[in-house]
Ligand binder design. Structure first.
Ligand code: BMA
Length: 365
């Protein structure tokens, strides 16, 4: 059975019904209710990064004129992903396009359209390194987080320019509910906000500063906040930098399968074992703190395993109350860098079978 998301209808109804009785339901509460309702039914929403902007061999050229109906996922399954992810890296500099060359105008249009179609949107942020001028992966200094916090030499730049630009973009979405997932994979040390690059207190201050500015100073209330460390860490390390029950709504984890020297078979077993280990403690924390949980990023680059979806990913997640799972992007300009099947690829049959499972949710066009 394929289930269609009904977010737009649900929200519209929420506004209508509530409008006749009490205060209107905030869109973000509607979104959280939608996610909770799917979890309650034992369903998992499927998500794909950048799904409407480009695919394995194509990209949207004239976004203002394009109806944004193309999707690698839809070409294989007949349905859009329920969740579409976008990355806002570059918004802080006032760039026209993000770090992967996707115009922010296209991101805005695609995000709003996907929500109108009944889908859910999530944003990550691979922002530049404000201290060195390098990218998000520039870990040459462990002073970067400190420098943008209160008292740091770049605090003014961060608040008045970088966060302001983020706020301006989020405001331009006119209330579209969004799962916002900044400062991700912070339990590793490959981003400048990672574990060895700042103290736990600095990380928490960074998350809270971001939340306070966007939510309170700017009054942007359409965000569900997601905390998403990476896998490969202990439960203690996962929670060590928890920003706080009052500002986080969703507990995520990013976990990828890497093809090892023995190929994907043995590595598939490792992938499943590690994912289950992480989801087990995340489930415990989510229950304890009253939060939803998700597999915020996952995938096997290039999908060399023809049965990865039903043979590896699905058995690993099916017994956990994960609201959604999001596979990473299908880069149009890097032939091997894709995480969802595309039309004609040998893994497509298994991806279609995954999309037809009773408890996996895609979005019908
Ligand atoms: C990474 C890769 C990069 C990309 C970045 C942000 O995992 O896909 O090519 O720039 O995500 O989307």
């Amino acid at each position: 059975m394929k289930v269609t998301l009904k977010l737009a209808v649900f929200l519209a109804l929420g506004f209508f019904v509530a409008g006749c009785t009490t205060a209107p339901e905030a869109p973000v509460e509607g979104l959280s209710g939608i996610l909770a309702a799917h979890v309650e039914k034992g369903e998992i929403l499927y998500g794909h990064q950048d799904d409407l902007s480009y695919g394995h061999t194509w990209k949207v050229e004239d976004w203002a004129a394009d109806s944004l109906t193309r999707s690698d996922v839809k070409a294989v399954t007949g349905m859009y992903p329920a969740i579409v992810g976008f990355d806002l890296g570059g918004i802080e500099l006032g760039d026209r396009a993000n770090l992967d060359g996707v115009d922010f105008g296209l991101i805005r249009k695609a995000a709003m359209l996907h929500a109108e179609r009944g889908g859910i949107v999530t944003f990550s942020w691979h922002l530049r390194n404000p201290l060195t001028g390098g990218d998000a992966w520039d870990v040459s200094s462990d002073q970067v987080v400190k420098s943008i916090l209160e008292g740091g030499e770049l605090h003014g730049l961060f608040m008045d320019t970088w966060l302001k630009r983020m706020g301006d973009f989020l405001e331009s979405l006119e209330g579209t509910p969004v799962i916002f997932r900044p400062w991700h994979e912070n339990s590793g040390s490959w981003f400048w906000w990672g574990k060895d690059l700042c103290t736990a207190q600095e990380y928490k201050d960074l998350f809270r500063t971001t939340w306070t500015y966007l939510t309170e100073t700017r009054g942007i209330k359409n965000l569900l906040w997601c905390y998403s460390p990476n896998s490969g860490v202990s439960a203690d390390v996962y929670m060590d930098r928890w920003p706080g029950d009052d500002i986080v709504d969703l507990m995520g984890v990013d976990h990828y399968e890497n093809v090892g020297p023995d190929g994907f078979g043995p590595s598939g077993e490792r992938f499943v074992a590690e994912l289950r280990r992480c989801l087990t403690f995340v489930e415990g924390f989510a229950k304890e703190h009253g939060k939803l949980m998700c597999l915020s990023e996952t995938g096997l680059e290039g999908l060399p395993d023809p049965a990865w979806w039903t043979g590896v990913l699905y058995p690993a997640i099916k017994d956990f109350p994960v609201a959604y799972v999001l596979t990473w992007r299908n880069a149009w300009d890097r032939p091997g860098h894709f995480y969802a099947a595309w039309d004609g690829f040998e893994n497509a049959a298994d991806f279609r079978a995954f999309s037809e499972l009773d408890d996996i949710v895609f979005l019908k066009p």
